[in-house]
Design a protein around this ligand. Structure first.
Ligand code: NZQ
Ligand code: ZN
Length: 389
């Protein structure tokens, strides 16, 4: 195990009807807030009415900023910063999924900063202060409700980049699994793939002696996989939605990564797909992750075999551990396919003519390589994209 600091300050308010507490929780921070949401699903589902009723009851004044798109854009973030400054806003309430939350986080660090908020995403500097953010979560996926990350797309060049700092972790996250019943099946499945990917990014590590977190990762993966099959059949199954929703938070609040160095190459590679082709992030991961696995598994056959046996119940082949590994990768890919996700670029309708461009734009996190489990060069990234075709 390596040294770690672990902080997860977000108050989780979990269960049926908890969205009605949003007014009282928000009041702890400010009487004047920005109410931030997406393309309108919250109005169709009736959540908007519940939230605004609760805010009204608590005497909170809110200015609305709707219109966050999946793969949230810098342009709207800048508008949010302007609105907050002009109206002396003290708190941002994000009602939605990862995109709305990430946009809210970006606004929160942009308001007190004199420079361009993109400086935080381009790596020029790090934010020192932020407005507090609260969340009413409507999709189990990104884990942004308790994570230290925000991922924003700059329309100028279509760069999708992340910021990772503890000060942007939300103050509270209201999580009612029943709010996710209305998700289209494709969004449910994309969310599940993202959750699985967050665990796998941490699982594939070179850090030795990480038994506890290995086991926590495996348990969380198995829980998500089992309950995924249930919700795809029965979208209004509260218990299965609840298991997935809580797993989504634990997959990305860093608990499962304590004491180990995660990989994160698949995420960086995927960000190029969703930046250029605007596909759901989780769907992109269902394409990239199995290809990454195929490309790197020889680096540590034992770890991949452990994954295959413990997560996918593959029978260990003593004659050929590699056979065990390949079966594990096959089951990972077919699981994504079984919940309705594309597992190849072609399957997602993405042509092969911009692979070089994606490899060239991919953010290299360690100088000229990306990823920790195996440090990939741009040529490796291109090879993985080719494998994903
Ligand atoms: O915009 P509306 O109309 O609300 O519709 C949304 C959106 O179209 C819809 N939706 C959400 N909840 C719904 C619903 N529709 C019906 N009923 C509901 N209850 O679902 C669509 C997708 O929403 P989005 O917020 O984009 O999904 P997700 O939570 O998967 O977020 C994806 C974004 O998060 C980033 C991704 O890169 C992507 O930009 N990530 C953020 C992370 C973080 N901050 O920690 C980590 C992740 O690795 C990820 O990169
Ligand atoms: Zn993700």
């Amino acid at each position: 195990m390596v040294k770690f600091d672990f902080i997860s300050p977000t108050r989780i308010i979990f269960g049926e009807g908890t969205e009605n507490r949003v007014g009282e929780e928000t009041l702890k921070y400010s009487k004047k807030i920005l109410l931030h949401y997406g393309g309108g699903s919250i109005k169709k589902t009736g959540l908007y009415d519940k939230v605004t009723r609760s805010l009204d009851k608590a005497g909170i004044e809110y200015i609305e900023l709707p219109g966050v798109k999946p793969n949230p854009r810098l342009g709207l973030v800048k508008e949010g910063i302007r609105i907050c400054r002009e109206n002396n806003i003290g708190f941002i309430l994000a009602v939605g999924g990862g995109s709305v939350i990430d946009s809210a986080k970006a606004i929160s660090v942009g308001v007190p900063y004199e420079g361009d908020v993109w400086d935080f995403y381009s790596g020029k500097t790090l934010p020192q202060e932020s407005l507090p953010v609260g969340v009413v979560l409507t999709i189990a996926a990104a884990g942004s409700e308790a994570s230290k990350s925000s991922v924003i797309t700059n329309e100028d060049g279509w760069y999708k980049r992340g910021l990772n700092v503890d000060i942007i972790r939300p103050k509270f996250a209201i999580m009612n699994p029943a709010l996710t019943y209305t998700l289209p099946p494709y969004q449910t499945a994309s969310g599940i793939a993202d959750i699985i990917a967050h665990i796998m990014e941490r699982y594939f590590t070179n850090t030795p002696n990480v038994e506890l977190t290995d086991r926590l990762c495996e348990a969380t993966l198995k829980t998500v996989i089992n309950n995924a099959m249930i919700v795809m059949e029965d979208p209004c199954n509260y218990n299965a939605r609840a298991e997935i929703m809580w797993a989504g938070t634990l997959a990305h609040n860093d608990l499962l990564g304590t004491g180990r160095v995660g990989d994160w190459a698949s995420h960086q590679i995927e960000h190029e797909l969703s930046a250029i082709y605007d596909i759901a992030h989780g769907a992109g991961l269902a394409i990239v992750f199995p290809a990454w696995m195929e490309y790197v598994y020889k680096h540590n056959i034992n770890r991949f075999a452990q994954f295959a046996v413990r997560v996918w119940d593959v029978e260990y082949s003593f004659d050929s551990p590699e056979k065990t590994v390949l079966e594990g990768i096959k089951r990972t890919r077919s699981f994504f396919g079984s919940i309705g996700l594309p597992t190849t670029l072609k399957g997602a309708g993405i042509p092969g003519d911009r692979l070089e461009e994606m490899a060239a734009k991919c953010k290299m996190t360690n100088g000229d390589t990306v990823g920790q489990f195996v440090r990939l060069t741009r040529d490796d990234v291109l090879n993985i994209l080719k494998l994903a075709q």
